[in-house]
Design a protein around this ligand. Structure first.
Ligand code: NBP
Length: 474
């Protein structure tokens, strides 16, 4: 008996993905660099399906039906290259390698090109949902050649999360498109989490609500348009009491946020593409600021209010809900803009509505809201920004007064809301009839003769700033 698919790399993610495949009736070849993980998988979960354990890469490859389908689930980076290098000499033209790790899309593009020259398919697939998702149904974002998806798609769609009878998996686009979209997904996740944290901070400090009360507010929001996995788990966290101290759990956790790097990658890519993703960038920087303990200690005595100016239990709740929703719309609009810009840059032809569809289940940012995004792109695939879609335009129109009040209140009380404030600034920047960029162009012409364009005539102009200040057409 041969296996339909193989998984190499059997730490939490690989093991659970292999189990998910086996539970769906596939014969799964399993392999890991150190064999004890392979042994443990078969001992503990062998009854869940048919696993073909392999001790060596040779045995692993030999146990697969052809064309072979191999999923790599190892640490992203050099480990992935090491596994690819070990496998490729053992494979035949037409065989297919999937990298399900969190690879940088540039690495995926490089690997896809190298393997294509050897007549092998390489599919960089973003897999979201953590270990639980891998086991019970993740969101899967596969890139690579369309022919590769023909062979792989039905398998992946079968084990992905399902929403309204549709799988949370689709072919994203060629080469690195899948990993790119997964990266932006993670960036949006950073922005979403930051906005939720700011909402909590405001309700606690400006409104005097206790964590458990805020948890209850979030539970209420979860039944409305903000309904999402992140809001749901936040409500649970805020309701949790530390067993050792009896304090709210959130108060015994050190206030320094960690990051593994996908948020940073998203911002780096956005800088290269020239797309403002201020919501994601502020979220990444807010985590960096929180993590700089030394700097924070040095700055602790700086003058200013400390956010305890007002105690009007509950008066801000409705405003904060509006601000959160509007800021979330901006963060998603920016993330989708980035995907569309990358799609144009690399020729990926990403369907943004399909991305919203496959993020509705399995992944960390799954939310009711994504159905709205899907609908927006279904009605207008070339939509320049989610903000100009009718539904979102009306939502932001309705949220606006509250949103401005929340940002102003936060500024007055000294409560940092970089997510809310930068989202509002982006919104106001986009809709401004005229921006001070005109002054910047004039400054650039002054010190660097960078020239400028006039509102009333074609051509590039320069003023002789150091001399007679006459304007010349360049
Ligand atoms: P890890 O990222 O912790 O990697 C451990 C695995 O990599 C083990 O199987 C290990 O083998 C293998 N490995 C390493 Br390390 N170096 C190797 C090498 N040179 N050659 C062969 N194998 C090597 O595992 P994970 O947490 O299960 O994550 C797997 C992938 O999924 C990663 O890319 C990660 O970023 C991604 N991930 C995604 C999510 C998500 O939510 N989507 C969550 C967590 C992880 P060994 O047993 O012999 O040491």
């Amino acid at each position: 008996e041969k296996a339909q698919i193989g998984v190499t790399g059997l730490a939490v993610m690989g093991r659970n993905l292999a189990r998910n495949l086996a539970r769906h009736g596939h014969v799964v070849a399993v392999h890991n660099r150190t064999p004890h993980r392979t042994r443990e998988l078969v001992e503990e979960y062998g009854h869940e399906g048919t696993f073909l354990p392999a001790q060596s890469a040779e045995e692993f490859v030999a146990s697969l039906e052809r064309p072979r389908r191999i999923v790599i689930m190892v640490q992203a980076g050099p480990a992935t290259d090491a596994v690819i290098d070990e496998l490729t000499p053992l494979l035949n033209p037409g065989d297919l390698i999937v990298d399900g790790g969190n690879a940088h899309f540039a690495d995926t593009r490089r690997r896809e090109e190298a393997l294509r020259k050897r007549w092998l398919h390489f599919v960089g697939a973003g897999i979201s949902g953590g270990e639980e998702g891998a086991l019970h149904g993740p969101a899967i974002m596969p890139g690579g050649a369309p022919e590769a998806y023909e062979s792989l798609g039905p398998l992946l769609e079968g084990i992905a999360a399902q929403v309204d009878g549709e799988p949370c998996c689709t072919h994203v686009g060629p080469d690195g498109a899948g990993h790119f979209v997964k990266m932006v997904h993670n960036g949006i996740e950073y922005a979403d989490m930051q906005l939720i944290a700011e909402a909590y901070d405001l309700l606690r400090r400006a409104d005097g609500l206790a964590p458990a009360e805020i948890g209850a507010v979030f539970r209420g929001w979860n039944d409305g348009r903000l309904g999402s996995y992140l809001i749901e788990i936040t409500a649970e966290v805020l309701g949790h009491v530390d067993a050792a101290t009896g304090e709210p759990f959130v108060d015994v956790v050190q206030d320094r946020a960690g990051q593994k790097g996908t948020g940073r990658w998203t911002v780096q890519s956005a800088l290269d593409l020239g797309v403002p993703v201020t919501g994601i960038a502020e979220a990444v920087f807010a985590r960096s600021l929180s993590g700089d303990a030394e700097l924070r200690a040095a700055a602790a005595g700086l003058p200013g209010p400390l956010g305890t100016g007002r105690r009007a239990s509950g008066s801000l709740v409705a405003d904060v809900e509006q601000a959160l929703y509007a800021s979330k719309i901006v963060a998603y609009a920016q993330g989708f803009h980035q995907m569309q810009a990358a799609s144009a840059e690399y020729g990926w032809k990403i369907d943004p509505g399909a991305m919203a569809r496959i993020w509705r289940g399995g992944c960390i940012i799954r939310a009711r809201f994504l159905d709205r995004i899907r609908a927006a792109y279904a009605g207008a695939p070339e939509l320049p920004s989610l903000l100009v879609d009718d539904y979102f335009l009306e939502a932001v129109r309705g949220a606006q007064e509250s949103w401005r009040r929340v940002v102003a209140t936060a500024a007055e009380l000294g409560i940092p809301v970089p997510g809310f404030a930068s989202a509002l600034a982006y919104y106001d920047g986009l809709r401004a009839p005229r921006l001070p960029a005109a002054l910047i162009q004039a400054q650039r012409d002054f010190f660097g003769a960078h020239t400028y364009r006039r509102v009333d005539r074609d051509g590039s102009f320069h003023v002789a700033w150091g001399g007679d200040r006459r304007e010349t057409l360049c």
